[in-house]
Design a protein around this ligand. Structure first.
Ligand SMILES: Cc1cc2nc3c(=O)[nH]c(=O)nc-3n(C[C@H](O)[C@H](O)[C@H](O)COP(=O)(O)O)c2cc1C
Length: 209
């Protein structure tokens, strides 16, 4: 059994919180109060002033999770079935294999957390960055809080191709938009490391683009 809390420095937490897919423990129940503790921390994330706060749907019911897993798998296939392995680099292929594993098992992950944005109507034109920026930091805060409690997560969005099917399943009203679906489970193995990223010089522009 892993300890409930994992001691990490802030920098370790930020650089070693990885997408966990193969190492999710699908058999170990996750206490709901623990998930709520993470969401309470996530509520402290920045959100645009005057904009609505993130809403969360925490799904633990096995039949609902199975149905979400089926939608996720279908949407994932829609997105990725045409991609041939030969077109991918080694890293991309490993990532896709891992994502495909999650697509196979998502419905069995003990907790599915769906982050939503309530605009009360269709998404407006114009400043989308501020709109989604009201939800996204909170989602990442949730994932970081989960990490320090021995939970593994992955940011997923593949199901959004079939967002309405999930809305129908969960009774999400029009005007509430789904942002990210975060499968959450205890993870097996604490050894997460910083991932390869492009050199900083390739993405930092000094004084102008
Ligand atoms: C906006 C966004 C959408 C993502 N959607 C998915 C997804 O649908 N399924 C999935 O398995 N991973 C998804 N990911 C996770 C990325 O694939 C993952 O971050 C990438 O493989 C790098 O792995 P790392 O997070 O461990 O560095 C998403 C990440 C982001 C930020």
């Amino acid at each position: 059994m892993l300890p409930l809390t994992v001691s990490l420095t802030p920098d370790e937490l930020l650089t070693r919180t990885r997408s966990v897919r193969r190492r999710l423990d699908l058999t170990r129940p996750v206490p709901l109060p623990l998930v709520e503790e993470c969401l309470r921390i996530a509520q402290q994330a920045p959100c645009g002033s005057g904009r609505s706060v993130p809403h969360w749907i925490v799904v633990t019911d096995p039949r609902t999770r199975a149905a979400m897993g089926e939608i996720y798998r279908s949407a994932f296939d829609e997105q990725w079935s045409a991609v041939t392995a030969a077109a991918l680099s080694g890293t991309q292929k490993r990532s896709l294999d891992s994502a495909a594993h999650l697509a196979d098992t998502l419905g069995e992950v003990p907790v599915l957390v769906l982050a939503c944005l309530n605009t009360g109507g269709p998404l407006p034109g114009g400043n989308q960055a501020s709109l989604w920026g009201t939800v996204m930091p909170a989602v990442w805060s949730y994932m970081l809080a989960a990490r320090t409690r021995g939970l593994g997560t992955t940011w997923t969005a593949a199901h959004l191709r079939q967002e309405q099917r999930v809305a129908d399943l969960l009774g999400i009203p029009p005007g509430v938009h789904q942002a990210a679906l975060i499968p959450t489970a205890y993870h097996r193995g604490p050894d997460f490391h910083p991932a390869p990223r492009p050199p900083l010089e390739s993405t930092v522009h000094r004084d102008r683009w």
